[in-house]
Design a protein around this ligand. Sequence first.
Ligand SMILES: *Cc1c(COP(=O)(O)O)cnc(C)c1O
Length: 421
Amino acid sequence: MQTQILEQMESNVRTYSRSFPIVFTEAKGARLTAEDGTQYIDFLAGAGTLNYGHNHPKIKQALVDYLAGDNIVHSLDMWTAAKRDYLETLENVILKPRGLDYKVQLPGPTGTNAVEAAIRLARVATGRHNIVSFTNGFHGVTMGALATTGNRKFREATGGIPLQGAAFMPFDGYMGKDVDTLDYFEKLLGDNSSGLDRPAAVIIETVQGEGGINPAGLDWLKRLEKICHDHDILLIVDDIQAGCGRTGKFFSFEHAGIKPDIVTNSKSLSGFGLPLSHVLMRPDLDKWKPGQYNGTFRGFNLAFVTAAAAMKQFWSDDTLERDVQRKGRIVEERFQKLATWLSNKGVPSSERGRGLMRGLDVGTGDNADKITGEAFKRGMIIETSGHDGQVVKCLCPLTISDEDLLGGLDILEDSVKHMFG
Ligand SMILES: *Cc1c(COP(=O)(O)O)cnc(C)c1O
């Protein structure tokens, strides 16, 4: 495989190609094919961007038809039939059946664009600047979003420009399982001398993705919502990775029965790997003046088309939801067995997650890299997350066949046993 030009020309900043230094050409469902014809089972799936797999035939057909008809591709934020169908589908298939009432902002197409817009909106709507985020949270790498992101590696990449306007609180479980970390947050809010500037908003991932697949407890999330209400603080759920069905519901916060004031989605929102993000906001929060937040790629018509097709295909009934829950239990059980096996071998390990967003914590990044590196040799793409990269994370397509799901889990088990047996 010819990789010389890639190694020479692409900046050092590249990441995933270091774990998987081969050239990929084709993909279908949960399988990737490299240039030499080798097939890989994909448990990374664009870090949660390909919840419906690669090149889903129905979604692809909608896109091909749209292109073949010379329909509009770029329109700034002008009205198009594709945008209308997207909003109508979002309203009728996703929001209304869940009793949710939101207006939609279409910022630039990436996740961090949506987070920037969401926290800016919270500031515009409240007139306050402070955003509370949580330890191990990841919200993107543009300055505003980065200020709410915990990871030191990313934070140090500003060249010393201070990251401002955010305060970190301990995430659920951060102080051990016997401490309710919200006691601390509530105490600070109630104390005029705590030093915590009154927040405009709290931003949270209900299951932290990059931070190591850490699910917040459902009662903890309910309490967080109540604290926000009691103190007139907006609750932003960053559902960029955990949303679009990953946890077994379209929105990850549905499990806790909470209603955030603002929601961000991206990654799997387009359903096809095309760039798309949106911010959902309680209608009365829409304090934007026309054009006060702009961008050239606000709403990408091709992504509207695939997103609408995906919502119609997968969210008109609960078939996918139930399937995700079933597959999630399969992964949970297999990861638990591996954690027990590793622990017995002197590698203290544990399993956690929600739905098909699951992690196997093997203690250190070195241990996790050994497993994912061996899995790659055996035909599987799987990555790590967490503060030290110590968590092997399962983000396989939700639509993965049972054969590929079990095949991938077998490869992982063989890799663990090979490296630590
Ligand atoms: C990936 C991610 C982002 C950033 O999205 P980009 O498209 O990479 O900018 C923000 N928040 C969460 C929870 C994410 O997983």
